[in-house]
Design a protein around this ligand. Sequence first.
Ligand SMILES: NC(=O)c1ccc[n+]([C@@H]2O[C@H](COP(=O)([O-])OP(=O)(O)OC[C@H]3O[C@@H](n4cnc5c(N)ncnc54)[C@H](OP(=O)(O)O)[C@@H]3O)[C@@H](O)[C@H]2O)c1
Length: 267
Amino acid sequence: MQASDSTFPLRSRVAIVTGATAGIGEATVRELVRLGAYCVINGRRREKLLELVRECGEGNVAAVVGDCADDSVVTRLFDVARYSLGDPRHEACIVIANAGRGLSGSVLTSDPSQWEEMIRTNLLACAKLIREAGKRFLSEQEGKAIPNLLDRPRDILVMGSTVGRHISPFSSMYGSTKFAANSLAEAARRELGPKGIRVSLIEPGFVESEFQGVAGYDPKWFEEVKTRIGPVLQPPDIARLVTTIVSQPAHVHMSDVLIRPTRQEYP
Ligand SMILES: NC(=O)c1ccc[n+]([C@@H]2O[C@H](COP(=O)([O-])OP(=O)(O)OC[C@H]3O[C@@H](n4cnc5c(N)ncnc54)[C@H](OP(=O)(O)O)[C@@H]3O)[C@@H](O)[C@H]2O)c1
């Protein structure tokens, strides 16, 4: 291995990251670029995306502004990866379905006017991205002999949640979308793993980000949580996990990782 390969282990890999204007997605882009990857980033807030492009360098990051559940946005992410970044012979080979939003409350107490947007973002957009990535990765594999399926790693990562594995009656509408993400990821892993494509699920506990405000959590309640179980996770904690997963040799798959603040006992 050349010295530059150990300094930049993700050199020549091209990543797509949705939900990159804040929190986990933004931190993940920084970490991917630090390790040498190129990124195509997505979110609805143009100025926040452009700030991150400027920070990371235009040669390293390109932006696709828009709703990640729009079919045209999904297609553009892959087209920009193909034509604008990295080695033109290389397609995107890391795809991270991260965009999402929470919603405080149960089926009875949450605001039903926000259900559709949440389901569209957390479930439909995630499914569309898995589908597009899976189809493209499979077409690159067509005709290859089994030993060549692992010639270079291809990763699809899905951002689930601890409440997508352990039922939390207090955020059950949000939790149901993450149970769905859990199921989509595991089903895709079973379908695509034998073709040499890794589908990984990350299930974080409490991460401090814009998430709590968007979900409508009572700030006093969240302060109490931080006092009780803190320090809670910060977005770079998840970003390091993402790059650890995608840096494994192509035959090694960390397929499902729960990551919590050490003092979080539940969910
Ligand atoms: N924070 C936590 O405690 C926690 C725990 C477990 C799992 N998660 C999951 O981790 C992921 C990231 O959360 P976070 O903590 O980083 O939250 P965050 O700080 O609120 O960031 C959410 C990101 O998603 C983007 N987004 C939301 N709706 C979108 C849409 N329709 N189209 C495109 N982008 C959209 C937002 O960008 P724009 O507003 O610019 O569109 C933003 O960049 C989510 O899937 C979340 O469910 C979070």
